[in-house]
Ligand binder design. Structure first.
Ligand SMILES: [Zn+2]
Ligand SMILES: [Zn+2]
Ligand SMILES: [Zn+2]
Length: 154
């Protein structure tokens, strides 16, 4: 956790920005909830616990800054709400998502499945891939096995 904060601090500094206490509180919330794809409002509610004086506008500005610097990606999973997704340090390209149309869950795939395609693009189109997004819409394993009568019981 501390190492990752330090890394983000360096990313900010290299672009001429400081990791202020408010920015740090926002980054910590993103790290602690890494898999949750939080909206700005979600982030704000969690940051308020750590830094009660912080305002929603500050959280918005911090999230915009982090997304300008590609530390987080602004995502839209089809529900019209912008969500913030922390990039993983280990992979240079953005991870893939499995979005369930039944329960709305978003699972992540960490392997870069596009590498063979990237190689083809380089070879056949002389195109160097810097990044990509690949999100799948479908029915997750949790929803797939649900019997219709189980759904009605709730
Ligand atoms: Zn994600
Ligand atoms: Zn890739
Ligand atoms: Zn589901």
């Amino acid at each position: 956790m501390e190492a990752r904060i330090e890394h983000i601090k360096q990313q900010l500094q290299s672009q001429g920005y400081k990791l202020t206490p408010q920015r740090e509180a926002t980054v910590r919330v993103l790290l602690e909830n890494e898999e949750d794809h939080l909206s700005a409002e979600d982030v704000f509610m969690l940051v308020k616990d750590k830094a009660p004086e912080i305002g929603l506008a500050t959280v918005y500005r911090t999230l915009e800054l982090l997304s300008d610097l590609h530390i987080v990606e602004k995502m839209n999973f089809g529900d019209g709400v912008a969500r913030y997704d922390l990039r993983h340090e280990s992979s240079k390209h953005h991870h893939h998502h499995l979005i369930c149309v039944v329960c709305g869950s978003v699972d992540e795939i960490m392997d870069d499945w596009l590498l063979p395609l990237e190689e083809r693009l380089a070879k056949e189109y002389h195109f160097k891939v810097l990044d990509h997004r690949l999100d799948f819409q479908g029915v997750c394993w949790r929803c797939k096995d649900k019997e219709p009568e189980d759904m009605n019981k709730k």
